[in-house]
Design a protein around this ligand. Structure first.
Ligand code: ATP
Ligand code: MG
Length: 458
């Protein structure tokens, strides 16, 4: 059942219950008040008739005086007064009808006040002038109460109808934004992260709207980052594959061909008994194999982080430095790696390498520095509950106001650092260099570099 109908049903339940209580109280009061009213009217009438009968003793025409006395009650709305003759014959008065209409019989039964009759004999000396009968007639009083009761019902019924109408309209209006929110959620669920909710709303719903918009914006950002990283991944994969293909083509294929030729030549020479010449060809084959070993080792180095598995973190970083030193021998490179950080495990070690690789390449490419410093140390004051590995790559180059436009490099590194629960920060000032700092939670190595990796040699 919808919220709107639940609220309306609630009003429908509350209304009859409150009306029932009100009616019960009204019924008790009405019954009591009709009773009291009738009793009082009977008392007053009896008093009046008795006084009249006393006066009648001295009246010149007692029968006429009696009739006048009875007639004086005509039109009384609460009493009927009539004469019962000495022989039992009665002259009933005309019943007074109320101009206010009629009361339902069930209501009269509900009030349950029966007429009461009183009789006053009219005797003057020895003469009997009959008996005056006085009877209460509660119908008019009940009718008044009925009319009041019916009137008093109108207000709550109208109020309730209005309330239901207002609830209906208000809930309809108040819930409309929830419908929009549900539709917007569905759109986001289907991957349309640009969906936003706007418009004026109540404070509660405005909070919901703002949270939704923030969530959609974050999802849109994450989606864009994902797409970018995927594209980057594909580009890098393609790049890497074509480099490998080129290396295989340029550095391995010709040597395999040469080996094939040398092997054939050596075989021929041996068949011809010219062993000395065959030795020359075998020598060439050995050289070609050594060359291919070097090439394959280099390719493996590119496929896995720079010899981390084979040589450890220090040598992997020094390999990277050596790579740049060959290309930019004019720069000074300082490497400080604390002894505790030599074996960080594969995941942490690879992350450290990737940070250093990107920051070092950025320093050479963008900074025009004279010195690049790389430091990796273990600290216990950087994270709350555990030791941390701090990696800093700083240069003294031209710096930037702020690296506002991040390229794939720093975004990718940031992702990697976040993935291991760390954080990456940059600090730079124009003319005062650039520093990249990664703080990585230290995880003690339970599973050192796999022996299969460590022993892989070309
Ligand atoms: N050491 C540095 N000195 C000065 N500017 C830097 C330095 N490192 C990064 N930057 C600035 O930050 C920007 C973002 O670097 P990032 O590595 O993300 O991208 P990139 O090097 O331009 O491209 P990519 O790494 O994707 O090939 C750089 O374009 C550069 O402007
Ligand atoms: Mg870069």
């Amino acid at each position: 059942m919808s919220l709107r109908f639940r609220l309306i049903a609630l009003v429908w339940v509350v209304l009859p219950v409150s009306l029932a209580f009100g009616s019960l109280a009204a019924w008790v009061n009405a019954s009591r008040s009709v009773h009291v009213e009738m009793h009082a009217a009977l008392q007053v009438a009896r008093q009046t008739v008795q006084t009249g009968v006393e006066r009648l003793q001295t009246a010149r025409d007692p029968a006429r005086y009696r009739d006048d006395l009875i007639a004086s009650f005509n039109g009384n709305r609460h009493l009927r007064v009539w004469l019962v003759g000495a022989n039992g014959a009665a002259t009933l008065p005309v019943t007074e009808r109320s101009p206010l209409g009629a009361v339902p019989a069930w209501f009269v039964r509900l009030i349950a006040v029966e007429p009461t009759t009183d009789r006053v004999p009219v005797v003057v000396g020895d003469a009997n002038y009959g008996t005056i009968a006085i009877e209460t007639d509660p119908r008019n009083e009940i009718l008044e109460i009925w009319n009041e009761f019916a009137e008093s019902l109108i207000a709550p019924v109208v109020l309730c109808a209005l309330l239901i109408l207002l609830i209906y309209l208000y809930i309809e209006r108040a819930l409309r934004p929830l419908g929009c929110l549900a539709a917007a959620m569905e759109e986001v669920g289907e991957g349309r992260y640009r969906t936003r909710i706007d418009g004026r709303l109540t404070p509660e719903l405005a909070r919901l709207r703002d949270s939704f918009n923030r969530m959609a914006a974050r999802l849109a950002e994450a989606d864009a980052t994902n797409r970018r990283l995927n594209e980057q991944l594909l580009t890098l994969q393609d790049q890497e594959r074509s480099e490998l293909a080129r290396d295989l083509h340029d550095e391995v294929s010709p040597f395999l061909f040469a080996i094939n030729i040398d092997a054939a030549a050596a075989s021929r020479r041996l068949d011809e008994g010219r062993a000395a010449e065959a030795g020359g060809h075998i020598q060439s084959i050995a050289e070609a194999v050594r060359h291919m070993q070097r090439q394959v080792r280099q390719m493996l180095g590119r496929l896995r982080p720079i010899g981390l598995a084979e040589f450890g973190l220090r040598e992997a970083i020094e390999n990277m430095v050596a790579f740049w030193r060959r290309r930019r021998p004019d720069l000074r490179y300082q490497v400080e790696i604390c002894a505790d950080c030599e074996d960080l495990g594969e995941l942490l070690g690879t992350t450290v390498c990737r940070v250093v690789q990107e920051a070092l390449s950025n320093a050479v490419r963008h900074a025009e520095p004279t010195t690049v410093t790389i430091s990796v140390d273990c600290r216990d004051d950087l994270l709350e509950d555990r030791d941390a590995i701090r990696v800093v790559v700083a240069d003294d180059g031209r710096g930037v106001c702020e690296p506002t436009r991040l390229g794939y490099g720093l975004i990718g590194v940031n992702e990697r650092v976040n993935a291991v629960g760390g954080r990456l920060t940059f600090s730079s000032q124009p003319g005062k260099g650039f520093a990249v700092t990664a703080i990585l939670p230290y995880v003690p190595v339970s599973n050192p570099l796999s022996p299969s990796l460590a022993s892989t040699e070309p």
